[in-house]
Write a protein that binds this ligand. Structure first.
Ligand code: PBG
Ligand code: ZN
Length: 322
């Protein structure tokens, strides 16, 4: 209908662009991941994730406070224990690394503390559960995950987030929490989690690369779209309060599908490899880091994410606060 239709009329100034903006990012959208390790005064940068550190509990308090001062509402904790064993026994104890970090962060900040519930950070073989005949056994892993989630709730976690991809784990965790008086602790399920190459830097940080095989027998095939809804529906039926899609950037179509089909908040995980790619290109001077970060996070929001777990949370908060 040219020249009657001129889309540029609504792009002509900053004010009118702000007025017709369809999607906005807010600091309320972000969940900031923290890697906690044993020791004191430890702040060890993850080589493939510049600006992200393995932090001892005293340092994690400082990092959490800094995030809180920027307006960030929530953190998600990953534990890096000193000792790993076959059965991942470091995942449960009240003196486990994540349990200590939960207590410290709740004592020193008002942040909403979420915990990642999985076995791979605690097992010597690096898989997400109990191994039988060279593969992760589904049903015997469920109780491990439920115990781990309960220990996080007992330490004061506000929400638990299982990332293992065992079938039935949301129900197992829900039952265990309810039976122990934690019926008001929500579950954010990593319901739609793909077997992705984008987790590489995280596995460096958590030293959780599987010693044999891969995670393809439990994480989803990146080729599958309809299966995402099956996973999301099943977890909602089992009691999941929030559904997560992971990774985010290569799966924006999946975020949109889940958003359109499920009546629960949708979270997406802007994973370690997505972070590393932007950091590496920016370091080379090939992209403008701030612009690309904000555009990337905006794409996740536009695709349907209500919440975004991102290592860029502090950077994005600083930009939004300007
Ligand atoms: C543990 C877990 C992983 C991530 C979050 N929880 C690693 C994996 O499944 O191998 C990845 C996060 C990231 O890459 O930033 N299951
Ligand atoms: Zn795992």
């Amino acid at each position: 209908m040219f020249p009657i239709t001129r889309s540029r009329r609504l792009r002509s100034s900053k004010n009118i662009r702000s007025m017709v903006k369809e999607t906005t990012l807010s600091v309320n959208d972000f969940i900031y991941p923290l890697f906690v390790c044993e020791g004191k005064s430890i702040r060890h940068e993850v080589p493939s994730m510049p600006g992200i550190y393995n932090l001892s509990v005293d340092e994690v308090i400082k990092e959490a406070k800094e995030a809180e001062n920027l307006g960030i509402k929530s953190v998600i904790l990953f534990g890096i224990p000193d000792h790993k064993d076959e059965e991942g026994s470091g995942a449960y104890g009240s003196e486990g690394i994540v349990q200590k970090a939960i207590k410290a962060i709740k004592d020193y900040t008002d942040l909403y503390v979420i915990t990642d519930v999985c076995m791979c950070e605690y097992t010597s073989h690096g898989h997400c559960g109990h191994i039988i005949n060279g593969d992760v056994d589904n049903d015997s892993t469920l109780n491990m995950l439920a115990r781990e989630a309960l220990s996080h709730a007992e330490a004061g976690a506000d929400m638990v987030a299982p990332s293992d991809m065992m079938d039935g784990r949301v129900a197992a965790i829900r039952t265990m929490l309810d039976d122990n008086g934690f019926e008001n602790i929500p579950i954010m399920s990593y319901a739609v989690k793909y077997a992705s190459g984008y987790y590489g830097p995280f596995r460096d940080a958590a030293d959780s690369t599987p010693a044999f095989g891969s995670r393809k027998t439990y994480q989803m095939d990146p080729a599958n779209r309809r299966e995402a809804l099956k996973e999301a529906f099943q977890d909602i039926e089992e009691g999941a309060d929030i559904i997560m899609v992971k990774p985010a950037l290569a799966y924006l179509d999946i975020i949109r599908d889940v958003k359109d089909s499920c009546v629960v908040p949708v979270a997406s995980y802007n994973v370690s490899g997505e972070y590393a790619m932007i950091k590496a290109a920016a370091k080379n001077g090939w992209i403008d880091e701030e612009k690309v970060v904000m555009e990337t996070l905006l794409s996740m929001k536009r695709a349907g994410s209500d919440l975004i777990i991102t290592y860029f949370a502090k950077d994005a908060a600083k930009k939004l606060n300007k």
